[in-house]
Design a protein around this ligand. Structure first.
Ligand code: CP
Length: 320
């Protein structure tokens, strides 16, 4: 695998290998006073973020540093993008400056794939591109860390039922998860008001519901989505109050779920909107486990793209 742009590009075997690798990295680091593996010594990884981020940018930086890569963070607001430099010129410049991998977040859907097309040379040279969120399209490493969290909590994804709830229309997390969780054997139901479903959703490997209460008893997990007001151009229908009443996960709704069913949220959370304060802090919520798994998943992705996954070596010397 050269780039990670979409979960739709991943086979079940490839996705499972990344999750297994992430768990091996977690085990390799457990109990270490100094969290430093030599795995990516001499490699240069650059994060290039044109949208705000806490979890994704920081966990990629931690992942790279724990594997001894040189990690450089490029913020669009302080780069020459602010002087009008094109995305193409910025990406080629960063490769010329030594990037082995570019981790890109951009508001335009398709930006990461476009950069991969621009920077992959005819002879195969060029950086690995990792999509860290492209507009309303995809966020593949988020879906991988969500899948790892679900696998750890539920034992398997095969036959498990996962509800993805809320603002599906604006959510790259929803699309990446719908395809990845389905690839890994789960049944996915999208629960949203009709106004917050994307066109073309009938082509996704999911079923659709508008009634959250009716779905909760049968699910093994709910994934609550943030309402992305910043992508709504000032309009929001239903109103935030109506949305919260009909689609917010509160204590009453948590009680409708099976005792061992879990609650995911990719963050950042809008407490009091899509998720109640006590639900977010309950032991059923996996929010911080997701963040921790994000570091290990991103280690596995960087390793897979920059070194490759050879079954003979993956449990061997690079963990020393
Ligand atoms: N889940 C997620 O992508 O969070 P950040 O925007 O903080 O990276």
């Amino acid at each position: 695998m050269r780039h990670l742009l979409s979960t739709q590009d991943l086979t079940r075997e490839q996705a499972t290998a990344i999750l297994d690798e992430a768990e091996r990295f977690e085990q390799a680091l457990t109990g270490r006073e100094v969290k430093k593996l030599p795995t990516l010594r001499g490699r240069t990884v650059m994060t290039v973020f044109y949208e705000n981020s806490t979890r994704t940018r920081v966990s990629f930086e931690v992942a790279g540093k724990w594997m001894s890569a040189d990690v450089i963070n490029v913020s669009a607001s302080s780069s020459s993008a602010g002087k009008g430099e094109s995305l193409r010129d910025t990406a080629k410049t960063l490769y010329a400056a030594g990037a082995d991998a570019l981790i890109v977040r951009h508001p335009a859907s398709g930006a990461a794939r476009q950069i991969a097309d621009w920077t992959t040379a005819a002879d195969g040279g060029g950086p690995s591109i990792i999509n860290a969120g492209d507009g309303m399209h995809e966020h593949p490493t988020q879906a991988l860390l969500d899948a790892l969290t679900l696998r750890q909590r539920l034992g398997t994804l095969d036959g498990r039922r996962v509800a993805i709830v809320g603002d599906v229309l604006h959510s790259r997390v929803a699309r990446s998860n719908a395809f990845l969780l389905s690839t890994l054997g789960a049944e996915v139901v999208l629960v949203a008001p009709p106004t917050l479903l994307p066109t073309g959703v009938e082509q996704w490997p999911v079923t659709v519901s508008t009634d959250l209460d009716a779905e909760l008893a049968a699910v093994d997990a709910v994934m609550m989505l943030r309402v992305q007001a910043e992508r709504m151009n000032g309009g929001f229908f239903p109103s935030s109050r109506e949305y919260s009443v009909r689609y917010g996960l509160n204590d009453r709704r948590l009680a409708l779920m099976a005792d061992d069913a879990v609650v995911l949220h990719p963050g950042p959370m809008l407490r009091g909107m899509e998720i109640g304060y006590s639900v977010a802090d309950s032991p059923r919520a996996t929010v911080l486990e997701q963040v921790r798994n994000g570091v290990h998943v991103r280690m596995a992705v960087l390793f897979g793209l920059l070194v490759g996954t050879d079954p003979e070596t993956t449990t061997g010397e690079y963990h020393q």
